[in-house]
Design a protein around this ligand. Structure first.
Ligand code: C2E
Ligand code: MG
Ligand code: MG
Ligand code: MG
Length: 276
């Protein structure tokens, strides 16, 4: 029957909807506690230079150690953190933790840190980075920040100015998920990126040829012409790697070289990749 306005309209909410609403409110409350108690950890995924597969550093990827639900991936909680305005605090923690961990790695291994658009609010990113570098003693050229083009779209000139400040400090700036946005090429003209990361969705469809290969070829060519390093994300197979090598891709990251591991396992990964 058609719901009527007023007293009867609560009938439109099914018990399942009510349960889901309660669950997401509970998760929100738990996330606020997680931020206060720093229930997060960073996992680190190797990044290698091509063609030699020489280890150059690791990307830091956040996980939430939820007291009951175990380890949660970013997709489960970062969108909620953004909505609740918690990203600046989480992002500052990530920067401090990543720099502190990387400072103990052998030089010149680098750490790449993902930065969310919210971290550009109040022009606070350069100060947060400066604090993380000062606390850890990590050299600025061993830190790379990964931003998606939504950063420049959403925050415009303010983000641009902060990225330029950071780059002048010697921090590397990479464009993440390259090719998935609406204006990737426009963004390349707006800011002098040090690196482009070809999105996993393109790499996934190698080596079938066709569109994916054409796009990888175009992006590596663009990188060469503009003097910007190109990293392929999500490399899982030898066949994908062969295509990337043939196209002259500069660097790669993916399960083929290593999955993200806790910080305590990084020395073992360094040893294994050095021996390979
Ligand atoms: P991203 O920066 O593009 O990171 C790469 C994602 O691909 C990671 O997922 C990684 O585990 C996954 N991946 C790497 N190699 C492979 C592969 O060979 N195959 C497959 N299927 N997947 C692979 P993860 O850790 O779930 O992170 C997802 C996204 O969450 C990241 O995408 C990044 O946008 C965001 N993120 C992660 N950590 C942080 C953080 O500390 N701060 C912010 N702002 N965002 C973060
Ligand atoms: Mg990334
Ligand atoms: Mg990416
Ligand atoms: Mg991605």
């Amino acid at each position: 029957e058609a719901p009527t306005a007023g007293a009867g309209s609560w009938r439109r909410f099914s018990p399942e909807m009510d349960l889901r609403w309660q669950e997401s409110r509970a998760l929100e409350a738990a996330l606020r506690i997680a931020v206060a108690e720093e229930q997060f950890e960073l996992h680190y995924q190797p990044q290698v230079a091509l063609p030699g597969r020489h280890l150059t550093g690791f990307e830091a990827l956040i996980r939430w150690r939820h007291p009951e639900r175990g380890l949660l991936t970013p997709a489960c909680f970062l969108p909620m953190a953004e909505r609740l305005g918690l990203m600046q605090r989480i992002g500052a923690w990530v920067l401090r933790e990543a720099c502190r961990t990387a400072a103990a790695w052998p030089r010149p291994l680098r750490v790449a840190v993902n930065i969310s658009p919210a971290q550009f609010e109040d022009e606070s990113l350069p100060a947060a980075v400066e604090a993380a570098l000062a606390d850890s003693g990590l050299a600025p050229d061993r830190l790379e920040l990964e931003v998606t083009e939504t950063v420049l779209l959403a925050t415009g000139d303010a983000a641009l100015a902060q990225l330029l400040t950071l780059r002048a400090r010697g921090v590397g700036i990479a464009m993440d998920d390259f090719g998935t946005g609406h204006s990737s090429l426009t963004q390349l003209r707006a800011f002098p990126f040090d690196r482009l990361k070809i999105d996993r969705s393109f790499v996934k469809d190698l080596p079938a040829g066709g569109d994916a290969l054409a796009i990888v070829r175009a992006v590596t060519g663009l990188g060469r012409s503009l003097g910007i390093a190109v990293t392929a994300e999500g490399v899982e197979t030898q066949a994908q790697l062969q295509d990337l090598l043939r196209e002259g891709c500069d660097a790669a990251q993916g399960f083929l070289f290593g999955r993200p591991v806790p910080g305590s396992d990084v020395p073992a990964v360094i040893g294994a990749l050095a021996a390979a």
